[in-house]
Design a binder for this molecule. Structure first.
Ligand SMILES: Nc1ncnc2c1ncn2[C@@H]1O[C@H](COP(=O)(O)OP(=O)(O)OP(=O)(O)O)[C@@H](O)[C@H]1O
Ligand SMILES: Nc1nc2c(ncn2[C@@H]2O[C@H](COP(=O)(O)O)[C@@H](O)[C@H]2O)c(=O)[nH]1
Length: 199
């Protein structure tokens, strides 16, 4: 049976004197978090990327267990009741959550564990894990954000409108997080993340 770890504290313990660290990558939908993350994983394969659980339908090309674990709403609600998520939130009509056990095991084994999540979840992690490092990715402008979401061509008009509406409030929360990085030029943004993580 897998060990269940407490979520309240991320302080070192006798069992885990040198834990890893949680890294939160947040920012509005379409800003490029996933793109930045994929490139970071190529350059730094020692990072552990937490695959989230969602009730959203897979987009073309998305693979269960790789991009997300795709499950039903009723199953998600059951997992919430069972305390299986480190954080979870409803976003644009779907649930998203971070599997608790896998992430905590990786942190305790000394890994840098990256969560790519939306604002409400990022706030939950900051409250539960004050030593988590949080990075907020900003778009160069709202117009560019809209072009990126549209350019991705994977969301309905309704989903695009919901994401853009929410983006405006999300951007205002950027200062709550440790570091803010504008994803205008991809390479510059990547170097900003690398400098934040590795000094
Ligand atoms: N620096 C950049 N310049 C131009 N286009 C970019 C840049 N970064 C990402 N993109 C493009 O923007 C689109 C959205 O990127 P991506 O899917 O990575 O965003 P996201 O923040 O992960 O979105 P979501 O939160 O909805 O999953 C993609 O088509 C991607 O190729
Ligand atoms: N709170 C959480 N947010 C998550 C998680 N996994 C992804 N996300 C965020 O949801 C939105 C929408 O994602 P999309 O794939 O449908 O475009 C985006 O901001 C993701 O970062 C999670 O586990 N918890």
């Amino acid at each position: 049976m897998m060990q269940v770890l407490p979520i309240q504290s991320d302080a070192p313990t006798k069992e885990s004197p040198c834990p890893g660290r949680l890294i939160v990558l947040t920012g509005p939908s379409g800003v490029g978090k996933g793109t930045l993350m994929q490139e970071m994983l190529k350059r730094h394969p020692e990072l552990y990327y937490s695959v989230s659980v969602t009730t959203r339908s897979p987009r073309p090309g998305e693979i269960n267990g790789e991009n997300y674990y795709f499950i039903s709403r009723s199953k998600f609600e059951q997992l919430v009741e069972q305390g299986e998520f480190l954080e979870w939130a409803e976003f644009a009509g779907n649930y998203y959550g971070t599997p608790r056990e896998a992430v905590l095991n990786q942190v305790q084994s000394g890994k840098l564990v990256v969560l790519e999540i939306e604002l409400e979840g990022a706030r939950q992690i900051r409250a539960s894990f004050p030593s988590a490092l949080s990075i907020f990715i900003l778009p160069p402008s709202l117009n560019e954000l809209e072009s990126r979401i549209r350019g991705r061509a994977q969301d309905s008009e309704e989903a695009i409108a919901r994401r853009l509406y929410r983006a405006q409030a999300e951007i205002q929360a950027a200062d709550e997080f440790d570091v803010q990085i504008v994803n205008d030029d991809l390479e510059t943004a990547l170097q900003g993340i690398e400098a934040t993580l590795f000094g």
